[in-house]
Design a protein around this ligand. Structure first.
Ligand code: ADP
Length: 469
């Protein structure tokens, strides 16, 4: 039984979560207790009590702890990657990479802690100096999703602690194992009791309690747009600082002058890696007429060679989807796409493998129109829709015709079009001749329109949210 971590102690709650391996539903990864409401209250009280002393530690003390946490994550990346692959279903290679990345993020923010700067402004009145300083916000509530169960908590916890805040983390119900492993590591590197707390449980219970508590000064959330709107409303009601990363309906534009092999690489990685369960996944492939047929045919050939199988097998390219609900959602969208008149040219089948899991082959639709639901709604699975266009101008217009604005990519040999697209795509992250993706961890991550709310995450930019001026 894995317990919650509250005020420096491991405490058992009452409800139980069993996380199931989506590659093999007979494999229970672990058993985790859910925090009770009074334990959530204890965690917030502990975080509040610990905040003044933690905020007064030196940046170097905090940096040393974060560095040690990051170093342990990196040293244990294979073991943690295995846990992640078993719990969430991304391939072992992707999962190990994510564990490494989580460690690197802690080490990055160790260095950021000692770089936080203020300002001294010139005098406007004789003898009066004006100093601008950045101070900790206080208790921050972190609510995280299942799709990056190590990296997303890491990129919230690390800057929160680096800049002197105390933390209550509520991880997604499907992935308590990775959160527990992170808490276990954090608990062993000198972080004082109450500074970091883990409260596992349901969003509508544990998450909501954190959200509604006036002692929690700031909330950072990553998850679905629907939940994000509820979080925003609750935070606004009590004027808490809030930062939200939600969905995407990310376009990858492929122009006639693109390198075909490269464009196919970008589309396959962007649409299907991590089983398409990424808010930055390319779900709309906007393809110019002159390359369209060659692109579709090359995609089909490449997709033939992708192995969808158990995430823990070395030959697997695409792991299972995370659970039965996601599997159903993918299948629903296949039906919706067909009913709307899109043509399914590859994949989209439930697969049987040696173990009983949520296997679904990557799916490619053609003959799509941007008004179709498969082009407007986030599917969060390995389903991509090809939209035919006649010009760069039309491609840009289609790319921007969405309520979302997280990431966008363009494959082209034209510097003029690439440069124009970088400025005009209404998103937070633009890639050129690369798959749509999240930013490297030293850059700003976040989007525009319905994808994000509040200031950017990661990199130097994270200080905006985790400090107050
Ligand atoms: P998904 O549907 O992919 O699980 P969600 O946006 O529902 O995505 O979940 C993201 C995170 O938000 C999870 O940790 C979840 O438990 C949490 N959550 C869901 N509902 C609420 C809520 N009402 N208040 C606070 N947190 C919530």
């Amino acid at each position: 039984m894995h317990a919650n971590y509250i005020a420096g102690h491991w405490v058992e709650g009452d409800g139980i979560t069993r996380n199931i391996n989506p590659s093999d539903t007979s494999d229970v990864v672990g058993v985790y207790t859910q925090a009770t409401l009074s334990q959530v209250d204890d965690a917030i009280a502990a975080a509040e009590a610990a905040a003044p002393a933690w905020g007064s530690t030196t940046a170097l003390q905090r940096a040393d702890m974060l560095d040690a946490i990051g170093t342990e994550l990196i040293a244990r990346k294979d073991e943690l990657g295995r846990l992640l692959a078993r719990e969430e279903g991304k391939t072992l290679a992707e999962a190990t990479g994510e564990a490494w990345r989580a460690g690197t993020i802690f080490r990055f923010f160790a260095a950021e802690a000692v770089r936080l700067r203020g300002d001294r402004l010139p005098q406007l009145r004789p003898g009066v100096d004006v100093d601008i300083t950045r101070e900790p916000v206080g208790v921050v509530g972190l609510i995280t999703p299942w799709n990056f169960p190590l990296a997303i908590p890491a990129w919230k916890i690390a800057p929160a602690l680096a800049f002197g805040n105390t933390v209550v983390l509520k991880p997604a119900e499907l992935v308590p194992g990775c959160a527990w492993a992170l808490a276990d590591i954090i608990s062993r590197h000198g972080v004082p009791p109450g500074v970091f707390n883990l409260t596992m449980g349901r969003g509508t219970v544990v998450g909501q309690a954190i959200l509604d508590d006036p002692r929690v000064a700031a909330i950072s959330f990553t998850g679905s747009a629907a939940t994000g709107k509820r979080i925003a409303e609750a935070a606004m009601r009590r004027l808490a600082k809030v930062q939200m990363e939600m969905g995407g309906k990310n376009p990858l534009v492929i122009l006639d002058d693109a390198d075909l092999d490269r464009a196919v690489d970008c589309a396959v990685q962007g649409s299907f890696f991590s089983t398409g369960q990424r808010c930055t996944a390319s779900s709309r492939l906007i393809v110019q007429r002159g390359i369209h047929d060659r692109f579709v045919s090359a995609m089909k050939t490449r997709m033939d060679s992708l192995r969808t199988d158990n995430a823990l097998l070395p030959g697997t390219d695409i792991g299972p989807v995370v659970d039965a609900r996601q599997l159903q959602q993918n299948e629903d969208y296949l039906r919706i796409g067909r009913d709307e008149g899109a043509t399914l040219v590859h994949g989209g089948e439930r697969l049987r493998r040696d173990t009983d899991g949520f296997y679904f082959s990557p799916a490619l639709f053609t003959d799509c129109d941007n008004s179709m639901r498969v082009c407007r709604e986030e599917i969060f699975g390995p389903v991509a829709a090809v939209i035919l266009v006649d010009s760069y101008e039309e491609a840009l217009a289609v790319a921007n015709d969405t309520e979302y604005g997280l990431s966008a990519g363009i494959c082209t040999g034209s510097l003029k079009h690439a440069t124009h697209f970088k400025r005009q795509a209404q998103v937070g992250l633009v890639t050129v001749n690369c798959p749509t993706a999240g930013a490297d961890h030293h850059a700003a991550f976040g989007g525009r329109k319905g994808s994000s709310y509040g200031s950017r995450e990661q990199g130097t930019y994270a200080a905006e949210f985790y400090t107050t001026v």
